[in-house]
Design a protein around this ligand. Structure first.
Ligand code: BG6
Ligand code: MG
Length: 217
């Protein structure tokens, strides 16, 4: 049996935290008088915190000083973190744990490839940190998805070739990053939004053993 590198995005793929990012951004947008809808939010998924704020400000045609931007970035993160205080394994999305454990059982390599600077505490709180052979997060990379840096680094740490890597992503930017890296992209979510992904599943409960087996072999 061959060894493949399975790289997982975090927010909206492993844990149900994408909704907290949305709520925190929406609160800030409201305070700034900027309309911010779930459709707008799709553009923010997978994107770094700094770039996300710029997108929201562009939406509202707002120009701001660096000082104000720093203040808002801090405020957004504080709001986001307030949602994370009590999280535990119940935040893990349905169907994810069985897939992670199956891959472990089959001796496959598992990495995290996330834009978030809050990734490690989330993995710790949800109890799944030991399942990962490598972690690359927002603290390790300088180029945000769709730049493939985060996934290229993960494959490097796993000593895997890019073409042997499979990436699970809920964001358009992340699917594009995986494709640019010449990895197999698996979209998790709406297939109309994630139409650039090689495969698509509404969520992990739709992924069965035969699909994973086919990816391994
Ligand atoms: C990504 C999320 O995983 O991480 C984005 O999809 C988020 O919504 C980005 O902005 C950065 O996260 P953080 O926790 O560093 O602000
Ligand atoms: Mg995501």
């Amino acid at each position: 049996m061959s060894k493949k590198a399975f790289i997982f995005d975090l927010d909206g793929v492993i844990v149900d935290t994408a909704k907290y990012h949305f709520l925190a951004w929406q609160k800030l947008a409201q305070e700034l008088g900027i309309e911010f809808t779930p459709e707008h939010n799709e553009e923010l998924k997978g994107v770094s915190r700094v770039r996300s704020l710029d997108i929201i400000l562009e939406l509202g045609n707002v120009t701001a000083s660096q000082e104000d931007k720093n203040k808002w970035l801090f405020q957004k993160n504080e709001d986001y973190l307030s949602y994370l205080v009590d999280i535990d394994e119940s935040e893990i999305l349905p169907g994810v744990l069985p897939v992670l454990h199956y891959l472990k059982d089959k001796n496959q390599l598992i990495a995290l490839g996330s834009a978030s600077k809050n990734a490690r505490p989330i993995l710790e709180k949800t109890g799944i940190l030991p399942l990962f052979d490598a972690i690359v997060d927002g603290n390790d990379v300088s180029n945000a998805k769709p730049d493939p840096e985060v996934f290229l680094r993960a494959a490097q740490l796993l000593n895997a070739k890019n073409e042997d890597a499979i990436v699970f992503e809920d964001s358009v930017a992340g699917v594009q990053a995986a494709n640019i890296a010449n990895m197999t992209s698996v979209g998790i979510g709406d297939d109309k939004i994630l139409h650039e992904a090689k495969y698509n599943f509404k969520d992990f409960t739709f992924i069965d053993v035969s699909f994973i087996e086919a990816l391994i072999n």
